[in-house]
Design a protein around this ligand. Structure first.
Ligand SMILES: Cc1cc2nc3c(=O)[nH]c(=O)nc-3n(C[C@H](O)[C@H](O)[C@H](O)COP(=O)(O)OP(=O)(O)OC[C@H]3O[C@@H](n4cnc5c(N)ncnc54)[C@H](O)[C@@H]3O)c2cc1C
Length: 322
């Protein structure tokens, strides 16, 4: 006899701040959520040591501990947290329709509502010294980690709007910011370029790339190379910020959910509703603007509330029809 396919009210995809916050709200609303963690249980914050800006932690907290606490809070109200990756989706386009998801290419699961919290991944240069010093002075988030380099000399890699904005942010905190731009021009908008150029403590080096991040346990400097002349130079810095973009983890939803040109899921108005009824998106998977743990958690809460209201409406409609 074929195995009975499991059906759940709410399936949460992802275990970052958005997913666990959605889980806390959904389980307290008795939606009996099942949450699949994905390949990175706890999400992006498990890759950082100090989280200093999440409300409620006056002394700061390290990322992995914070995420374990969020998981425990979600489990306290009954969330079923499972290790597993959603590898396939078949989203219904009918109100009250059932969504079908595949876990680890093998298990099928049906869900009345789906909350997508699959986050985004920061792009790195992927050179060995950069990878070795991630968390030891190399960061992909200036707003998160810039404060730790107050009054110090740092460098930032990137040439787009985000890089320009982050360079300006760092310039307010740090002594000096060296901005490394691979080409002989910046991609950032004219307004952002103007802002960067107007700040005296930002030095822009064009045609310049990272050759090696210097330091054993922590960043002590940077060897850069001019890609036109081949000339190398050592810069003294304590922090290196990589601002070359993010990739939202939304590939499995392509073709079914509306997305922008870079793959961020488009949500309706001030809600977390997607173009498919009963499917909600939260956190970095739908937010290229703020990308913070607290904003991810906020939209996770919204997604659970949206799911609860949707289920209530579907239930009422069924009663009216019968
Ligand atoms: C180095 C670093 C330091 C940071 N520091 C701070 C900070 O100090 N303060 C701050 O506010 N923000 C910080 N951020 C940003 C913050 O981490 C993110 O904004 C936040 O984690 C986004 O939360 P999220 O829940 O949307 O997604 P994420 O944290 O990215 O989590 C995504 C989750 O989805 C899962 N997933 C993905 N695909 C699938 C799938 N197919 N099936 C199942 N699960 C899947 C992953 O395994 C993961 O659990 C930092 C980011 C980085 C990279």
């Amino acid at each position: 006899m074929a195995e009975k396919i499991e059906r759940v009210k709410t399936l949460i995809v992802g275990s970052g701040p958005a997913g666990y916050t959605a889980a806390i709200y959904a389980s307290r609303a008795d939606l009996k959520p099942v949450l699949y963690t994905g390949m990175e249980p706890g999400g992006q914050l498990t890759t950082t040591t100090e989280v200093d800006n999440f409300p409620g932690y006056p002394e700061g907290i390290d990322g992995p501990t914070m995420m374990v606490q969020l998981q425990q809070q979600a489990e306290r109200f009954g969330t079923d947290v499972r290790i597993g990756l959603v590898t396939g989706v078949e989203l219904s386009d009918e109100i009250g329709g059932i969504h079908k998801l595949t876990i680890d290419n093998s298990k099928e699961i049906e869900a009345e509502t789906v909350i997508i919290s699959t986050g985004a991944s920061a792009k790195y240069l992927n050179i060995p010294s950069e990878q070795r010093l991630r968390g030891g002075g190399v960061s992909a988030c200036a707003v998160c980690d810039g404060f730790f380099y107050k009054g110090q000399d740092v460098a930032i890699v990137g040439a787009g709007d985000t890089a320009a904005e982050e360079a300006s942010y760092l310039a307010n905190i740090c002594n000096k910011v060296t901005m490394l731009v691979r080409k002989d021009y910046m991609r950032a908008s004219k307004a952002m370029q103007h802002r960067v150029n107007s700040l005296e403590n930002i030095e822009i080096k064009y045609n310049t790339e990272v050759d090696e991040v210097l330091g054993d346990q922590v960043v002590e400097g940077l060897r850069v190379v001019n890609n036109q002349t081949g000339e190398k130079e050592d810069i003294s810095i304590t922090g290196l910020f990589i601002a070359i973009g993010h990739k939202p983890n939304t590939d499995i939803f392509k073709g079914q959910l509306d997305m922008d040109e870079t793959g961020y899921i488009i949500t309706k108005g001030k809600s977390t509703k997607t173009n498919r009824p009963g499917v909600f998106a939260s956190g970095d998977a739908q937010d290229k603007e703020y990308r913070q743990a607290v904003t991810a958690a906020g939209t996770g809460c919204m997604a659970a509330l949206d799911a609860e209201r949707y289920l209530a409406t579907v239930e009422t409609e069924k009663e009216v029809v019968s």
